[in-house]
Design a protein. Structure first.
Length: 427
């Protein structure tokens, strides 16, 4: 009996010593903000209390020991949280929080000089295991595309010549994008109740390693930038409007802010750390969201009727163009292989660029730009295609198949509004 009483008392004392989730959330946010002083990419968005931001200037060098100590304290307390009274949603919060902190610890270690191979880094940062494809797989896809392309010469050259017919003239970019955004917003608002004040601004910029970026500002507002360094083709209007806007990043961040931060008070969602499991869901849902809003046949019909004329392009070739694009999109994972081999030191930058030219049909200058992206964001590249694949599989497994569009919107909206990581989607 005495042993039982001692055990109960020890258990109660342990629980009393565990910091509450809200306090851990505050410490986590503040520590990430301090880490962000040493790498501007760490914090993608922050819309929490202004007083949580660091007021002191950053030290001359990364205070790694202090940061790691704080993140480890948070992680230890998360692992010690009592779970018997938690709801299923609260358990998901706890599990995702633990994975986010593990990623933060990994990022600090990498900033200290720790080296991970591509797959290990992806697992630690994004809670995902990237698939491997042999080069022969991509060669077989090239053969199928080769048969569809007109002209003579290399596949990449023939595709470049054909695709040039579908470039949006720079003076018509804003008109085409605004039409795409308007339609994407209309379709999304028909299914989701977004805050009345939600909106975003579009800017066209240059000299960036990415094609588009959403800077969520909080209070339902985003700044979206589109890079015009290279030609923008007609399909990118819907892709970017959906991915960066509706129902992509803008909607994802808006719903997280609305439901998890404002309604539930989960302040760890007031910060979006880029190198974290949240990014796989963010990028994967943004890519899949384009399909949710614009199923293939509806997309082509809308573009032929609205976007092609606005861009001054001939809609007669639209069906064929998108048929070839569908096959080219199957080569997306070739970019991951280029990044894996390059970052693991198996190929040079030039060889990585040549691989992207051959298998992703990048113009050489754009391929070299893509290696800049890989240098900066490393294994982040998996979040686009693997993320899209995992999100699609999850939504379809819940009944959100292409032939059930209403259910697809419903499941997709639930995914955007609740804690999820790659491994959680696969449970």
């Amino acid at each position: 009996m005495a042993a039982c009483c001692w055990a109960c008392t020890a258990s109660e004392e342990t629980e009393q010593n565990v910091l509450p989730m809200d306090e851990l959330a505050e410490r986590y946010v503040k520590t990430l903000l301090r880490l962000g002083q040493y790498d501007s990419d760490v914090v993608d968005a922050y819309y929490g209390p202004e007083e949580w931001k660091p007021t002191e200037a950053p030290a001359d060098s990364l205070p790694a020991d202090a940061l790691l100590s704080e993140f480890q304290l948070i992680q230890d307390n998360l692992q010690a949280q009592p779970t018997d009274t938690l709801s299923e949603l609260e358990k998901r919060r706890l599990l995702m929080f633990q994975k986010q902190v593990r990623a933060a610890i990994t990022k600090v270690e990498m900033m200290q000089g720790e080296k991970y191979d591509f797959d290990e880094e992806a697992k630690l940062l994004y809670d995902a295991e990237p698939p491997h494809y042999p080069q022969a797989y991509f060669d077989s896809l090239l053969a199928a595309i080769d048969a569809d392309l007109p002209g003579t010469g290399s596949i990449a050259d023939r595709w470049a010549a054909y695709q040039a017919k579908f470039e949006i003239p720079k003076e018509k970019l804003d008109t085409v994008f605004q039409a795409s955004i308007t339609e994407a917003r209309k379709r999304t608002k028909a299914h989701y109740q977004l805050p009345a004040n939600e909106s975003f601004k579009v800017e066209f910029v240059t000299d960036k390693p990415w094609s588009g970026y959403n800077y969520f500002q909080g209070n339902g507002y985003s700044l979206i930038q589109i890079n015009t360094d290279f030609p923008i083709y007609i399909e990118r209007a819907i892709d970017l409007a959906g991915h960066e806007g509706y129902p992509g990043h803008h909607v994802f961040n808006t719903l997280l802010e609305q439901h998890l931060v404002n309604e539930l008070g989960w302040k760890e969602y007031a910060i979006y750390p880029l190198f974290s499991p949240q990014s796989l869901i963010a990028e994967g849902s943004a890519n899949f969201g384009v399909e949710v809003a614009f199923p293939a046949h509806e997309r082509v019909d809308f573009e032929k009727a609205v976007l092609f004329p606005l861009a001054g392009l001939n809609p007669a070739e639209a069906e064929r163009y998108y048929s070839i694009l569908a096959k080219i999109n199957k080569l997306n994972f070739a970019g991951n292989e280029a990044a894996r081999r390059y970052l693991n030191g198996e190929i040079t930058r030039e060889e990585a660029a040549d691989w992207l030219v051959k298998y992703n049909f990048y113009e050489k200058g754009k391929a070299l730009q893509r290696t800049r992206f890989i240098d900066r964001y490393r294994s982040y590249v998996i979040n686009y295609n693997l993320g899209q694949e995992l999100v699609r599989q999850y939504v379809e497994a819940q009944g959100g198949t292409a032939d059930q569009p209403e259910k697809r919107w419903e499941v997709f909206g639930q995914l955007l509004s609740t804690p999820n990581t790659a491994s959680m989607l696969q449970e």
